[in-house]
Every structure is written in structure tokens, then in C-alpha cells.
Write a protein that binds this ligand. Structure first.
Ligand SMILES: Nc1ncnc2c1ncn2[C@@H]1O[C@H](COP(=O)(O)OP(=O)(O)OP(=O)(O)O)[C@@H](O)[C@H]1O
Length: 504
């Protein structure tokens, strides 16, 4: 599993430090101050990481001991360097290299592809070659982000540069279209933000986050450059195209069966790696849902990426709550009224991940809305608060460890929620489903034991009479008891609320 540190080391990029911006409110117009804030998000001096110096120490030690540096030789699939052979550079990088005027692949991006190419092939991160690449990378966007001047939004005649094809998806803020870059014949996805509905600050912010996060292998690749259509109808930026489906489509295709434990684990290994990376950078995605997880391969979930950074914000930013409520929203968001101020917190992503986990495993959502007005959620909360000992039936197939994951993600007490790292550890190690039992196995075992050990009592005691009752009858009785107890608790809570409202 890839941790943030390893990702940055693997990419051999000196990690940029993001300066803490003043809180940005979502509603505000693009004032000069706000423009500065957007760009200051990426401000900072690159820092040398501990692990980097550790690597250099290891190299020196190895040399002293007459051993070659570990990661220079350990991989049998080590690829030659660029200087050795350019034939092994990915086709896309060569294609981009062939033109300086490429709209979505200028020099900085070529370098980024090369960095990634090397990173993927375990090439050591301490050569002059890599230093040169790092310099190009750092000189490209991160360093400019310290500037108060705005990166220009270039006007582009869409029809001249791209053949725009079918729509891939729509969202609240815009739409995504499949297109082909005419010159390179490369298929790409263009994310459009219609004007004048879209504020420039929102567009710039989403582009910046998308581009900044791109180097992670489980985050959609966003190509460098902010654009505007020549007829002024939309802003847009360009991303890699996902030829398959979103996780939503993949789960829907299972006809409410879910994608299974093995595939869920693969999806989560990727998604949690991306979210851990974001959280380590103090960024919260805030819009995690199955539609925003893209599956790149047909069957085996080996390439999964997170997309849509339109709502991404820094931790502790104050935002106004503008959202409609969806299945993925945490309890605290469902209780919020429109325009109420909220402080951005990583725990909202953790809740959404708990929901996505359930959705992957069961093929449906645990509830429509995390509010006590929604019975399935209310039942979960009652169980969680130990007000009702009966676990809601839909959670029955899950193992104890999986239940712990739910308890630590779908809890209204957001301070009790796990981190992405805790989730990753649990999902990587633990079995998620109970072992399958024969239907009514318990029933037969109970009768058997009762009749063997206490033959005379079996016919008289109430307990054993119940045990001897047919399963359907027992089930009906326990459902009725459960219903009575939950109704009584609800009535007690409502009357408490009425009394306190009257007192107020
Ligand atoms: N690079 C891509 N390749 C293929 N399909 C994509 C790509 N990016 C997005 N999509 C599809 O388009 C849909 C909408 O994209 P996206 O979530 O980025 O838009 P949005 O306007 O930000 O949506 P939201 O309402 O969630 O904020 C996604 O659910 C996905 O199915």
C-alpha cells in the first residue's frame, strides 16, 4: 500500500508545501483578495523530506560497502533511462514531445509524464537526469502558485483543436465530454463549466486542485492549462479519458448483488490511497461518491481513480452549506440548513467512504438520508447508541471487523471516526463477511441440544417452547418486539423534545 511519503518519493518530486489560506467561502465573488487566496493555496518552498535524506544515506552506505544502491538493481523489470533509449518512453510522452503548441501537453506536462514513467518502472530517484526533471516540474506550476498574478486562461477555438464527441457525464457544475485532440489523435475528456453560471474562482480552484493532485496514481490525470472557449460560453480543462465506467455503473450492473469482497478490497485499496494522500495534504474531497470513482479496466478493478475536485477544500476552511442532501452525506450535514456555515473536516470523507463500502458490498445504499426521520438510518443509530440491541438486518452478513469499520465511519460523533489510514489497514487485513451458514442451522442446533440435554423440561419451559417454535413464528415475534421497543423509544424522544421546546 502506498503512503503519501512513498508516493512523493516514488515520483521523485520534492513535495510542495501548501500554505494555509484564509478561509474561502464558497459563495463569494472573485475579489482580488480571493484571487490571491486561490493561488496562495499552492504557495510554499519545496521541503526536503526525511525519507529523501534517508535514501541518500542508504546510497552512500551501500557504496561504502561496495553494494549498488538497493532500488537501482532490485527490480528485474528495470527500464532503461531516457538517455539510454527513448524508445521506451510512453507513446503519449513522445507524441506530446513532438509539438510545442500542444494545447493540453506543454513542456511541463511532458516532464510530468516522464517523471511518472520512471516512477512506474522503479528507476532510482537520485540521478542528475531526475534532478533535471524535478526542476522542470517545480518550475512549472507549483512554484508559480506563489504568485498573485493569475495564470492566464487561454482562449481556444474548440472546433479547431478538438473533435468533441459524446457527453460522458453531467454534474451540478458542468459536464464532461469525450473528445479527440486533432493533432495527436489522443482521446481525452474535457470538463466544461458553462458561463456565466460558473464563477471564475470556482473554476480556477477546481483546476488547481485537480492538477496538483494528478501525480497520484489513483487520482485522475489533469493536463496543464486552463481554457475558455472562443465564444466565451464555457471555461474548460482537459483530463485523461476513462474508457470504462464509474463505480456507480459497475455496481448497478450487478443488479443489487454488489461487486463482492475481493473487488471491494481492490477498489478501496486505490481509493483510500488517494484519500490518504489528500488528507495528508490537509485537503478534504467533500464529494466522494460512486460516480466520482472511475474504473479503468473491464473486469478486475486493477486501475481505479478518484475524480471531481470541485468541492475540495483545505481542512478548517469555513464554507456555506449549499448542498442538496445525498446518500453519502454524513449525519451532521443532513442536520444542516442551507447557508449555515460549516468548517471543513476530514471526517466527512470518512463517512462517505463507509457508505461507498456498504454500497460496493451490498449493491444498494444503507439509507437515503442520515437523519432520524429516515427509518433505516434511525435503526442504525439506535443500535450504535445501544438503545436497541438488535443490529439492523442489512448489516447481518458483515463480519465483526467490517461492523467495526461501519461503527467507526458511520457514527454521528465525527470525532470518533477513523482516519483513512485506519480504514485502509482494516480493509487490507480483515475478512469482511461472516462465513456462510446453512439457513435455520441455529434452529436445528437449538432443538437438538434442548431435546438431548433436557428432555423433560423441553416440553414445559417457555424458553424451549419458543426455541421449538417454527422459525417464521419466532422471527415474526422478534420483529414485533423490536418494533414496539423502537416506537416507544421514538415516542419518548419526541415527548422530551416537545417538553424542552416548551421550556425554551
Ligand atoms: N475523465 C473522465 N472520463 C470518463 N468519464 C468521466 C471522466 N470524468 C468524469 N466522468 C463522468 O462524468 C460524470 C460527472 O463528472 P464530474 O463528477 O467530474 O462532474 P461534476 O459536474 O463535478 O459532478 P458533481 O455533480 O458530482 O459535482 C462522472 O460521474 C463520470 O461518470
Amino acid at each position: 500500500m502506498e503512503t503519501l511519503g512513498r508516493v512523493w518519493n516514488r515520483l521523485s518530486i520534492r513535495r510542495p508545501t501548501i500554505a494555509t489560506p484564509e478561509p474561502v467561502e464558497e459563495e463569494d465573488d472573485m475579489t482580488p483578495e480571493k484571487t490571491r487566496e486561490v493561488f496562495q493555496m499552492f504557495n510554499g518552498t519545496p521541503t526536503r523530506r526525511k525519507s529523501e535524506s534517508a535514501h541518500h544515506h542508504r546510497v552512500v552506505l551501500n557504496q561504502l560497502q561496495n553494494h549498488p544502491p538497493r532500488n537501482a538493481t532490485q527490480s528485474p523489470q528495470r527500464q532503461p533511462r531516457l538517455s539510454e533509449s527513448s524508445a521506451d518512453v510512453p507513446a503519449s510522452a513522445i507524441r506530446r514531445n513532438s509539438t510545442e503548441t500542444h494545447v493540453f501537453g506543454n513542456r511541463a506536462h511532458i516532464h510530468r509524464d516522464i517523471v511518472r514513467f520512471y516512477a512506474c518502472n522503479n528507476v532510482p530517484a537520485c540521478s542528475n537526469e531526475d534532478e533535471r526533471i524535478n526542476t522542470a516540474r517545480r518550475n512549472s506550476l507549483f512554484v508559480k502558485r506563489g504568485s498573485v498574478t493569475m495564470e492566464p486562461i487561454k482562449k481556444v477555438d474548440l472546433e479547431e483543436v478538438y473533435t468533441v464527441n459524446k457527453q460522458l457525464g453531467t454534474g451540478r457544475f458542468g459536464f464532461i465530454k469525450l473528445a479527440e485532440h486533432k493533432q495527436s489523435k489522443q482521446r481525452i475528456a474535457i470538463k466544461f463549466f458553462p458561463r456565466p453560471q460558473t464563477k471564475q474562482a470556482d473554476f480556477v480552484r477546481e483546476y488547481n486542485y485537480s492538477f496538483f493532485l494528478s501525480p497520484h496514481q489513483n487520482i485522475i490525470d489533469t493536463y496543464e492549462g486552463m481554457f475558455q472557449s472562443s465564444d466565451d460560453t464555457a471555461f474548460f480543462f482537459v483530463q485523461e479519458f476513462c474508457p470504462r465506467a464509474s463505480l456507480r455503473e459497475a455496481v448497478e450492473a450487478t443488479n443489487q448483488a454488489g461487486i463482492g469482497e475481493v473487488n471491494t478490497k481492490k477498489v478501496f485499496a486505490a481509493v483510500l490511497s488517494a484519500i490518504e494522500f489528500m488528507h495528508d495534504e490537509n485537503l478534504v474531497h467533500r464529494n466522494l461518491k460512486a460516480e466520482n470513482i472511475l474504473i479503468f479496466d473491464a473486469n478486475d478493478y486493477s486501475k481505479v481513480k478518484v475524480t471531481d475536485f470541485g468541492l475540495t477544500r483545505k481542512v478548517d476552511t469555513t464554507v456555506k452549506y449549499l448542498e442538496y442532501v445525498n446518500n453519502y452525506h454524513a449525519a451532521e450535514l443532513c442536520d444542516t440548513v442551507v447557508n449555515e456555515k460549516l468548517v471543513v473536516n476530514k471526517s466527512t470523507d470518512i463517512w462517505a467512504l463507509g457508505i461507498i463500502f456498504f454500497y460496493c458490498m451490498k449493491g444498494k445504499f444503507p439509507w437515503q438520508k442520515a437523519s432520524i426521520m429516515c427509518k433505516p438510518y434511525w435503526e442504525w443509530e439506535q443500535w450504535l447508541k445501544r438503545k436497541n440491541p438488535a443490529l439492523p438486518k442489512k448489516f447481518n452478513p458483515f463480519s465483526e471487523k467490517a461492523l467495526k469499520l461501519f461503527k467507526k465511519s458511520l457514527t454521528p460523533r465525527f470525532k470518533d471516526r477513523w482516519t483513512a489510514k485506519d480504514m485502509r489497514k482494516c480493509l487490507a487485513k480483515e475478512k469482511l463477511l461472516k462465513s456462510v451458514k446453512r439457513p435455520d442451522e441455529d434452529y436445528y442446533v437449538m432443538i437438538d441440544t434442548a431435546s438431548k440435554s433436557r428432555p423433560s423440561a423441553a416440553s414445559t419451559s417457555g424458553e424451549n417452547q419458543e426455541a421449538g417454535a417454527p422459525p417464521a413464528e419466532r422471527k415474526q415475534k422478534s420483529t414485533l418486539q423490536q418494533w414496539i421497543s423502537t416506537t416507544l423509544t421514538a415516542m419518548a424522544e419526541i415527548s422530551e423534545q416537545v417538553v424542552s421546546a416548551r421550556d425554551d
